[in-house]
Design a binder for this molecule. Structure first.
Ligand SMILES: Cc1cc2nc3c(=O)[nH]c(=O)nc-3n(C[C@H](O)[C@H](O)[C@H](O)COP(=O)(O)O)c2cc1C
Length: 365
């Protein structure tokens, strides 16, 4: 089933393989996409759908060095070169909107921007900066309710920018301990106002962002990624985790957004998401469901045939194999990803992974 066409609510995908979002830090120091990024995504246009690296909806959200933004005219024009190149190859591409929130360092932010979060408690981890190497994450400013409304509006603006840049849709990054999950996760969000204190309170920010983006660009262009049980950026499970995410996903299903992308980080050391809970999430959402985390050819195919997911996403295998769909289809060996160049500037470990030699019969026709 991996190689079957798929209709993503009116958007035809040439197969059911998704390139998972991966931060690669190859934008400029001013957070503008580069021609090298065009090459990287164009090389991977044989995936049914590409989800870009985490891309900030605002200056405040740019927590890491050299990650791209999607809120200025310059960024829109630069992204347009990427989307045009992917579309010219028959690919489809969603922009992942990632606001880093407190997973951030001021040295990575443009002048005038600030580190923000649901509370003023800093992330007790280091953040890489080009200027001074790894630094403890900066203390965040706790967003007021008025400021939260402005952040929600920033997401809607970025979603409109994504349409201007030619993207097929946006994926809201509500996983891995970035701003949206900082509000969702009870270990991080200790607010006692309307944006915390209960399942509904912690879900409020995520749902406000989804509604604003859906109003801006439409339900069929709005997807979301979640990682319950994930541990990145000091999140982790909490007593109400299943009830909370079930309530969230039920509301997302009612909003009719185009897909729910679930990532299981057990292949990266987090606790496994119980199979019964995954099924409950899929049932609660009712729409297109993307499975991801530690998948290979066999487990990806099995996930589709057992109807555990409609689409399956591949991260590190896509990073190291620009032609992964063809390699799977022809049972060709895979390049191994080089973790040392995941986040370093330049072509090395980025656009220089080779494609496989195709069997002669394939080349002929
Ligand atoms: C270099 C790298 C960067 C990543 N950046 C992001 C990101 O920006 N947004 C996101 O949602 N997940 C990110 N992830 C997680 C991947 O999307 C994926 O969930 C993870 O690699 C597990 O899938 P895999 O086993 O197929 O690699 C990143 C992973 C890697 C290896």
């Amino acid at each position: 089933m991996l190689f079957e066409h798929f209709d993503l609510r009116g958007l035809p995908l040439k197969n059911r393989m998704v390139m998972a979002p991966m931060t690669r830090n190859r934008a400029t120091a001013a957070h503008v996409p580069t021609p090298l990024m065009r090459v990287y995504y164009e090389q991977r246009a044989s995936f049914g759908l590409i989800v870009t690296e985490g891309t900030s909806p605002s200056a405040d959200g740019l927590g890491y060095a050299r990650i791209p933004g999607l809120f200025s005219a310059e960024q829109v024009a630069a992204w347009r070169l990427v989307t045009d190149a992917v579309h010219a190859e028959g690919g489809r591409i969603f922009a992942q909107l990632m606001h880093c929130g407190r997973a951030s360092h001021v040295l990575n932010l443009p002048a005038g921007a600030r580190v923000v979060g649901p509370t003023s408690t800093p992330l007790a981890e280091t953040i890489f900066t080009d200027e001074s190497g790894p630094q403890l994450a900066s203390p965040p400013h706790a967003l007021t309710e008025t400021e939260i409304a402005l952040v929600v509006a920033e997401y809607a603006h970025a979603a409109r920018c994504a349409m201007d840049a030619g993207f097929d849709g946006v994926e809201l990054h509500a996983a891995n301990g970035y701003l949206i999950e900082q509000f969702l996760n009870a270990n991080v969000n200790t607010r006692s106002d309307r944006y915390g204190g209960s399942i509904d309170g912690r879900n409020r920010f995520a749902l406000e962002v989804v509604r604003a983006v859906r109003t801006a660009i439409g339900a069929t262009r709005t997807g979301i990624r979640i990682s319950p049980y994930g541990t990145f950026n000091a999140t982790g499970a909490f007593p109400e985790v299943e009830a909370q995410f079930l309530a969230l996903v039920t509301s997302l299903g009612a909003l009719g957004i185009v897909y729910l992308h679930l990532v299981d980080h057990s292949s990266m050391g987090a606790p496994t998401i119980p199979a019964s809970f995954k099924l409950a999430l899929r049932r609660a959402f009712r729409g297109v469901f993307i499975g991801s985390g530690g998948l290979d050819h066999t487990t990806g195919e099995a996930m589709l045939t057992s109807r555990a997911a409609d689409l399956v996403a591949f991260g590190r295998a896509a990073l190291a194999n620009p032609d992964l769909p063809a390699r799977f289809e022809h049972d060709l060996p895979l390049n191994a990803p080089d973790a040392a160049t995941f986040y370093t500037p330049g072509e090395q470990g980025y656009t220089d992974y080779p494609c496989a030699d195709m069997p002669v019969a394939t080349l002929g026709g």
